[in-house]
Write a protein that binds this ligand. Structure first.
Ligand code: FAD
Length: 501
């Protein structure tokens, strides 16, 4: 059994520097050294700008306070995603973060709303009107959640939008200050142990050899170790998720600073709009089998709401994941491990999950195949659950205008997703495993937002008086709207607490 003396992280994008900060924190007291190698000449993807709430826990765990982070990364707050034109052109709905308590169980807001709809039709209002995150988002207001469960500001959560390049820079400064050693250079070769097949070291273009006991492959889409050296198979998701390109371009901010991402369905994919303090990030994620690169570029530039600040950048990718993430003495984290597509901003959360799991299963007493197997099982499950959630957005779309959308509606689905959709369609229930990234309120928001209304009502709702249900919902809707109107605007909140210098 070899103790872990040296960990080498290959790649210095968001994944590499997140791994460096967290791993170094976990192992430095035990005397293990963490080093990172990256090549400025190759650069990073650096368009990951929207996140899910778990990123807050990561920053907290590595000792990065919110105001410092927001100022350094030109960050803004994200209450969720507004989906435009997915059910049909001209429609919109909101996927907000939080509200797990009031949204699960037989007496959930959903079940009340369904009964109220049966009784009074459209007078029951939109489902969004009963979710604090959505109500705040539509009002353009923001505050952080309160801990008191009696407060209307208790039942929501939030994440961030930020400049991923600045985030990596911030993490790099922190990691280097805390002892992580960075090497600059392009890796051109590897040295494997002939008996075990374990990686002993990587060779740089200038002839230097970097040796380690454990390698973290954060090399991005090239997947330098997991794919090119170890040949770990790639499980392709593209028959479900055929988007394979994105044009990305920043533009000048325009109008109020919105506390949410916007995802607008277009002819052959969808467009993101991510507001930062100093600019707005935009991108058109599309299927090249349905829209040409030139058409997509023109469509993106047409739809900007401020002047473009740069030339659009084209990113090519394939959706899917490695069959195993941890093989021999190498763990792939970030784009080298797979990519689902950015619709629900899940890449950084998958990186975080990978790092946290690895720290929990760290082979610091030597390599034990059971740890790698456990890591691979859980990480695969996490990827596949997120995959299902994303596919569902496409499968339930209501657009008839292009082949892209019609084909998505008729595609065969993974059984796990088909069964979840069928269960909701019939009962209104979402039956989750433990610790899924997207919990019941997220599935409900998407199902209802995309127009899937369950056929039967929960039998336990029969114990509630029908007129009480309508009145309770009316009061709740009014009280949420009033509570949101008392909050500062998103821009004011940032100016007060975390404006970048
Ligand atoms: P990269 O950023 O590509 O970094 C790779 C590193 O490896 C670099 O430092 C490079 O120098 C190094 N490297 C590679 N080869 C060598 C070599 N031979 N020698 C030395 N060094 C090498 N995620 C989100 O969470 N939210 C989003 O909104 C989001 N939007 C996205 C939109 C698009 C279109 C795409 C493509 C991705 C998006 N992502 C998003 C994903 C996100 O960008 C990545 O998960 C994140 O940036 C992590 O990338 P990475 O660190 O794995 O790879």
């Amino acid at each position: 059994m070899t103790p872990l003396r040296r960990i080498l992280i290959v790649g210095g994008g968001t994944a590499g520097w997140m791994a460096a900060c967290a791993l170094n924190q976990a192992v430095r007291l035990g005397g293990t050294r963490v080093e990172l190698v990256e090549s400025d000449a190759i650069g990073t993807v650096g368009v990951g700008e929207a996140t899910v709430p778990s990123i807050r826990q990561f920053n907290q765990d590595i000792g990065l306070d919110e105001a410092t982070f927001m100022k350094a990364t030109q960050g803004t707050f994200k209450l969720g995603i507004e989906f435009r034109d997915w059910r049909a052109v001209g429609t919109r709905f909101f996927h907000g973060f939080g509200d797990t308590v009031v949204n699960t169980g037989p007496f959930s807001t959903l079940n009340h709303w369904l009964v109220a709809r049966d009784l009074v039709g459209d007078a029951a209002g939109e489902f969004d009107a009963y979710h604090m995150a959505a109500v705040m988002a539509h009002a353009g207001r923001f505050t952080v959640p309160e801990t008191d469960p009696r407060s209307p500001y208790h039942y929501f959560s939030y994440a961030y939008h930020f400049d991923a390049g600045l985030y990596a820079r911030l993490l790099r400064t922190k990691a280097e200050r805390e002892g992580v050693v960075r090497h600059e250079g392009r890796i051109t070769g590897t040295n494997l142990d002939p008996e075990t097949g374990f990686i002993r070291g990587v060779r740089l273009e200038d002839g230097r050899d970097l040796l380690a006991d454990l390698f973290i492959d954060c090399s991005g889409f090239v997947s330098l170790l997991a794919d090119k050296v170890l040949g770990e198979p790639f499980l392709d998701y593209s028959h479900w998720l055929p988007v394979d390109r994105a044009w990305a371009v920043p533009c000048a901010g325009h109008g109020p600073l919105l506390p949410y991402t916007r995802a607008t369905a277009l002819e052959g994919g969808w467009q993101w709009r991510i507001p930062l303090q100093h600019r707005t990030g935009n991108g058109y994620v599309f299927s090249s089998a349905h829209v040409s690169e030139d058409e997509a570029r023109a469509r993106l530039l047409d739809g900007l709401d401020g002047a473009a600040l740069d030339e659009p950048r084209l990113l090519r990718f394939k959706t899917g994941r490695r069959q195993r993430f941890w093989a021999r003495n190498c763990v792939a984290i970030g784009l080298s491990s797979g990519f689902v597509e950015p619709l629900e901003s899940t890449s950084i959360s998958l990186i975080q999950g990978g790092i946290t799991r690895l720290i929990g299963l760290l082979p610091d007493q030597g390599f034990n195949p059971a740890l790698a197997a456990e890591y691979n099982r859980i990480q695969a499950l996490e990827f596949d659950r997120i995959r299902d959630f994303i596919i569902m957005h496409y499968a339930l779309n209501g657009r008839d205008d292009t082949a892209f959308w019609r084909e998505r509606r008729s595609m065969a689905l993974p059984d796990s997703l088909a069964e979840r959709i069928e269960t909701f369609r019939e009962t209104g229930h979402v039956v989750l495993l433990n610790e899924e990234t997207f919990v019941t309120p997220s599935w409900q928001a998407l199902f209802v937002g995309l127009g899937l209304i369950p056929t039967r009502r929960d039998p336990l709702m029969a114990v509630q008086k029908r007129e009480d249900i309508v009145e309770t919902l009316r009061l709740r809707r009014n009280s949420l709207a009033q509570a949101a109107s008392r909050l500062p605007t998103h821009a004011d909140f940032i100016a007060r607490h975390c404006r970048a210098g």
